[in-house]
Design a protein around this ligand. Structure first.
Ligand code: NAG
Length: 369
């Protein structure tokens, strides 16, 4: 008797659960890369100090993509990569997997999944200003791609820093080391992703001078979903109206990128302290963004470095998202037939380390100067 009743009971409970879920939870739109009002924000390096847990930045509809920064060493102790999320999780502040310097940040799994449940994409950035990165051959780049897939994306591994959470993609913020073999890396990640129904995103954060010294060749050879161009710490930045070159990046997107639907984001510092140069106030950045929305089909939104600086700066992220949404979104504005796409920016100087690592922490994502 019981054995007959149970499945029915389970079904009933399940249906009840579904009904409650549908009626109680707000409907959340999934992350949509084809929009032109997306806000992508780097989180992890605690650029301003006082960085809050990831979940704090997913509590409202401001940020669409959270980019975890950084995985800054490809081949560390035990042959494993090294990640650093400053005050939240690092090799000096958290347990590491035995024989490695790879931090176990699996306490973040629930937070990551909660962000994703709110329709946000959570990706991992590789590189940073002080990264020890690079490949010796296409073959080693492919092996590394397999490892990244197994440890952070859809694969399986005993050493998954974020536990069962499956990140939504990978960002390349390569600012040092050899610039070759990255296309093989990207292609291998894509080959894994192709076998899945879940969508994975691959982005890059080139500096605005075109072509980018470290990523230029890769951007022409492999498919990216978006470029977060760093329009700061460079003379083509947002603070240099005459040489600001988003049009060049739009032209690249339309004519050179292997993915003709690639999105170009305006990458900007979220406070005066977040970069050496390139900061502009929210009104000025908002104007750049709405101009790009109406001029470039390739425009995808704004990238900010970083989350902690934005909060400190009077919630700069919220101001920018508001402007983006007001003018962009679903309806694409009428565009000239030959609408071009936008381009991106550059890194900034890092703040002093906040934990006692012997190594400088990757500070800004964009570090460099
Ligand atoms: C994604 O955004 C585009 C552009 O705004 C829109 O046309 C499309 O319907 C959206 N897709 C989904 C699944 O919402």
């Amino acid at each position: 008797m019981m054995s007959y009743a149970r499945p029915g009971m389970r079904l009933f409970t399940f249906l009840l659960f579904l009904a409650l879920r549908v009626s109680v939870l707000p409907r959340v739109a999934a992350f949509n890369m084809t929009r032109n009002d997306n806000l992508a924000v780097y989180w992890g390096q605690d650029s301003a100090g006082g960085q809050k847990p990831l979940s704090a930045y997913c509590a409202d509809d401001t940020i669409d993509t959270l980019i975890l920064a950084f995985l800054y060493v490809f081949d560390g102790p035990g042959g494993e990569p090294v990640i650093d999320l400053a005050n939240t999780c690092s090799k000096s502040g958290s347990p590491v997997f035995p024989g490695t310097a790879l931090a176990d940040c699996s306490f973040m799994a629930q937070q990551i999944e909660a962000c994703q449940a709110r329709g946000k994409a959570v990706t991992l950035s590789l590189g940073g200003a002080t990264g020890k990165v690079g490949f010796e051959s296409d073959a080693s780049a492919e092996v590394f791609a397999d490892r990244i897939w197994e440890q952070f994306l859809g694969g399986e591994s005993a050493t998954r820093p974020f536990g069962k959470a499956v990140l939504d993609g990978i960002d390349l913020d390569i600012e040092s080391g050899s610039s070759v073999h990255y296309a093989a890396f990207v292609n291998k990640i894509r080959a894994h992703a192709k076998r899945e129904t879940k969508r994975y995103y691959i982005t890059a954060a080139p500096q605005c001078p075109f072509p980018d010294a470290h990523l230029g060749g890769t951007l022409d050879q492999a498919e990216f979903d978006a470029v977060y161009v760093q329009f700061y710490n460079n003379d083509c930045g947002l603070d240099e109206p005459k040489s600001y070159n988003i049009d060049v990046w739009d032209t690249w997107a339309r004519t050179k990128s292997p993915n003709k639907d690639v999105k170009v984001y305006i990458g900007a510092p979220s406070s005066e302290h977040a970069a050496g140069t390139g900061y502009v106030n929210a009104k000025t950045l908002g104007k750049h963004a709405t101009d790009a929305q109406s001029s470039f089909d390739s425009f995808g939104g704004v990238m900010l470095w970083d989350a902690s600086e934005a909060t400190d700066n009077d919630n700069y992220d919220k101001a920018i998202k508001k402007t983006l949404t007001a003018a962009g979104g679903e309806k694409s504005p009428p565009k000239p037939e030959s609408a071009p796409r936008p381009k991106a920016g550059r890194p900034r100087i890092s703040p002093p380390l906040r934990h006692p690592d012997e190594e400088p922490r990757v500070k800004s994502r964009l570090f460099r100067v």
